[in-house]
Design a protein around this ligand. Structure first.
Ligand code: OOG
Ligand code: NI
Length: 462
């Protein structure tokens, strides 16, 4: 008997990401508008900056750019998180990183499910920022208990998807036919529902605790709350948004504009106010809820621990000088401060590399045998036998994520929580540990050097 032919997990993820995008386009038409704007700006950058186009071609990012996006969801219990982890594993997505949002007044902690190897990321870089609500931070014990009950009574997965997760775990993969059904059924978990699972009264109490508590507890499932395309020039998209009738948040999150982008810059537009039917409402009676919004991101080079420490230090300096949360009124001042402070972060690729501030991928530039050449990396670079390109950052930033949450929750949502960061608790809910993203970047860099080493027949590059 032949071994069963399983669909590659990367292929399932690519299909799922496409299906998710199609669903969200019909649910939130503004997302389609944003996609068009991003595609326009990206085409323009490619036309105007041949060096950017050449670099993206070398790393393979050019091919993945049009399908590149991340989504975000929020779940309410350990069981939901653990099952989601298993669902994402069917598509080759693993939990990378731990983000604690409580210091920023958002009662969740999070991880990002994504592919971890550069060849898988090349097939589909789809990521989902996934947050677990920290119910223990609800200070009213009665309401906390009520929220727990409501969450315990819901099932966010279809029986079909649960069966296929089990099958994939048991057999080691899914057949073509099963993969098709899996994508269709998995999508149901992320769908928007215009009816709540609680009364308007309970909803308002939950809202009184925190808008996020209401968003997670009052609905049938963890609706995808945004889907974010990747742009090559976020400032152009930011200024182009009003022309398309979209109002962006005042401040682009992350580092300032630079010649060589680092990490991640993000901007978003306000959540939509959507009509909701609550339990017990008469026909024709409605309330509303806002959760879903739009976001754009620009990705730059991944930083080493040393580079990341410098980024965090400079961001803190800029924020301290601003003296308050960035907002509409201080946006221009914040941008000035940020640009001035970040002058201390080198903006030449060779400096970033030599000072080990960022990760790179190395490529053979010339196949000629390296006979007689000293085989250390610097000599090979100097003789242009090897070249390098920035390794793109695949993850998220906690301060930026907090800013994205805040801008969509309104300023009234800036609560203060005494609870401490609790990665161990998050991982015990998830049922496994999260992967350290820095290790992944270091491995990709090392593999690229290894490949050069083998192709040129020289040792000692790593
Ligand atoms: C997630 C917000 C964080 C990002 O891109 O940093 C995020 C959420 O609102 O659920 O998506
Ligand atoms: Ni996002």
């Amino acid at each position: 008997m032949n071994a069963p032919a399983f669909v590659n997990r990367d292929e399932i993820r690519a299909r799922f990401s496409r299906a998710m995008s199609d669903m969200y386009k019909t649910e939130v038409p503004l997302y389609g508008t944003l996609m068009e704007l991003v595609a326009e700006v990206n085409r323009q950058v490619m036309r105007q900056s041949p060096e950017v186009a050449a670099s993206l071609l070398q790393t393979g990012e050019l091919e993945r750019l049009d399908m590149e996006r991340h989504g975000a969801i929020r779940v309410g219990s350990a069981e939901e998180l653990a099952t989601l982890g298993r669902l994402f594993a069917v598509m080759g997505m693993q939990p990378v990183g731990y983000y604690d949002l409580t210091p920023a007044g958002v009662p969740v902690h999070s991880t990002a499910f994504r592919a971890v190897h550069e060849t898988s990321l090349q097939v589909s870089p789809f990521r989902v920022f996934t947050s677990l609500l920290r119910l223990e931070l609800i200070d009213d014990p009665q309401l906390r208990e009520r929220a727990r009950e409501v969450l315990a009574a819901r099932n966010i997965f279809t029986p079909g998807v649960l069966a296929l997760i089990e099958r994939s775990e048991r057999d080691g993969g899914l057949s073509q036919a099963d993969a098709d059904v899996f994508v269709r059924e998995a999508l149901e978990t992320f769908r928007w529902h215009s009816s709540a699972t609680v009364s308007l009264d309970t909803y308002k109490q939950l809202l009184g605790q925190h808008r996020l508590v209401a968003d997670v507890v009052a609905f049938r499932g963890p609706h995808i709350n945004h889907l974010t395309p990747r742009t090559l020039d976020i400032d152009s998209v930011q200024s182009g948004m009003p022309l398309k009738g979209i109002t962006p948040k005042a401040v682009v999150e992350g580092p300032p504009r630079r010649k060589h982008p680092i990490l991640l810059r993000q901007t978003s537009f306000k959540a939509l106010d959507e009509r909701i039917t609550f339990v017990g409402q008469a026909a024709g009676e409605y309330g509303s809820h806002s959760a879903r919004f739009g976001e754009i991101e620009q990705r730059g080079v991944a930083l080493t621990p040393k580079g990341r420490a410098l980024y965090d230090q400079l961001l803190n300096t800029a924020r301290a000088e601003l003296g308050e949360f960035p907002n509409e009124a201080n946006a221009l001042r914040y941008q000035d401060i940020l640009e001035r402070v970040f002058v201390a972060f080198p903006d030449e690729l060779e400096t970033l590399r030599r000072e080990e501030l960022a990760f790179f991928r190395y490529f053979v530039a010339d196949e000629r045998a390296a006979a007689g050449v000293k085989t250390d990396l610097q000599s090979l670079l100097d003789r242009r036998l090897i070249r390098y390109e920035p390794l793109v950052y695949e993850d998220f930033l906690p301060v930026s994520a907090a800013g994205i949450f805040q801008s969509n929750l309104g300023d009234d949502a800036q609560s203060h929580y005494a609870g401490s960061s609790n990665q161990r608790e998050f991982e015990s809910a998830l049922g496994r540990s999260t992967i350290d993203e820095l290790t992944l970047y270091a491995e990709t860099q090392r593999r690229s050097l290894q490949a050069c080493s083998e192709a040129l027949g020289v040792g000692g590059l790593i």
